[in-house]
Design a protein around this ligand. Structure first.
Ligand SMILES: Nc1ncnc2c1ncn2[C@@H]1O[C@H](COP(=O)(O)OP(=O)(O)OP(=O)(O)O)[C@@H](O)[C@H]1O
Ligand SMILES: [Mg+2]
Length: 324
């Protein structure tokens, strides 16, 4: 679904490459943490997946498309399949919650009928029903990030990229956002999240790709953050430590809940428009099929939201979709 083939990236005017020979493959339905010290290349990777940047060497293949060969005209269509959220939320300050989420759909020409159905569903999924008329400055940071996530998923993307989505939030709010991302992933959306939050990475036990100075130094299923010596201290104050423990306990509970749900759903195989087989895996962690267990949204009072949002069933895409 997302493949980096020996990717290097050199930004103009810099001597050291931002990425060097990065090589990995992410399967449909995976939740992957991208970790590493500041400047290690996490955001550069995400920008390449979104085709905001292109590789200097190597290939980036996303949803069956070699992004090098994707014409500028097709880039906006390609991006419809990829939602993204950032540390700084990036909401439009003069638009309401509803308008912020609807904006994406308006830009791509969705019908008013679709918008009036999809936007409330996305807002309900992120727990913001009833706040449609608020402006961003009338929301907490966590609520603003929820709006950003609703905006990112309202168009039913197959991939959700999150670049430090909890970077501006307190630990308790961060765990809410982590739970939301885990729920979106459990419904079938592939999630790639860049983060410095060692605690979440350690507790969530998902796949971890670690970068160091642009070099991929680890690709591990169910890993922890690893060498945290390069990270800023995460526990300077006792109060924060207590909140973080409570937050992580909540994540663990969610994980247990997901693990105990009978795995009846399956993730369809990724269509591969290319005739070439994927390159041989060079670590043990490659190619492990991830089966996302279904999450019962009935307890949220949203029994049909996931299916209507397309979070659990994928349709054929438009002209740049993987099935075209
Ligand atoms: N547009 C750019 N022009 C030149 N150099 C860049 C550009 N963007 C990133 N870099 C450099 O590439 C390297 C990787 O940056 P990147 O933003 O990917 O790191 P990061 O892992 O996301 O860091 P952080 O954790 O601080 O967000 C850094 O050395 C950075 O200075
Ligand atoms: Mg970054």
């Amino acid at each position: 679904m997302i493949r980096f083939e020996h990717v290097s990236k050199r930004y103009r005017g810099t001597s050291k490459p931002a990425l060097s020979d990065v090589d990995f493959e992410i399967q449909r339905g995976e939740f992957v943490f991208l970790v590493g010290a500041s400047g290690s290349g996490k955001s550069s990777c995400l920008r390449m997946i979104l085709r905001e940047d292109t590789a200097s060497e190597g290939r980036v293949v996303v949803l069956g498309r070699d992004l090098r060969g994707l014409s500028t005209r097709k880039v906006p269509y390609f991006r419809r399949h990829i939602g993204s959220v950032f540390q700084d939320f990036r909401l439009l300050p003069n638009k309401t919650v509803f308008q912020n989420v609807a904006f994406t759909l308006q830009v791509i020409g969705s019908s008013r009928a679709f918008i009036s159905q999809a936007v409330p569903e996305a807002l309900a999924l992120v727990g913001l029903a009833g706040k449609e008329k608020r402006f961003p400055h009338e929301l907490s940071g966590g609520e603003q990030q929820r709006v950003a996530i609703a905006r990112a998923i309202v168009n039913r993307p197959q991939v959700l990229l999150a670049d430090e989505p909890t970077g501006n939030l307190d630990p308790a709010t961060s765990v809410d956002i982590m739970q939301l991302l885990a729920r979106i992933n459990a419904n079938g959306t592939t999630v790639v999240m860049a983060t410095h939050e060692a605690g979440f990475v350690d507790q969530m036990q998902r796949r971890v790709i670690e970068l160091s100075g642009g070099v991929m130094v680890r690709d591990e299923v169910g890993g922890g953050y690893g060498d945290t010596s390069a990270l800023p201290s995460l526990a300077p104050e006792p109060a924060r430590g207590a909140a973080a423990v409570a937050a992580l306990t909540a994540v663990l509970e969610l994980q247990r809940e997901i693990a105990e749900t009978p795995p009846t759903a399956h993730v369809p195989a990724e269509p591969q428009p290319e005739s070439q087989p994927a390159p041989a895996a060079s670590t043990e962690t490659r190619g492990i099929p991830i089966v996302a267990p279904p999450v019962d949204l009935a307890d949220l009072g949203l029994p049909d939201v996931a299916s209507r949002l397309g979070l659990d069933e994928r349709e054929g895409g438009d002209e740049v979709g993987p099935t075209s």
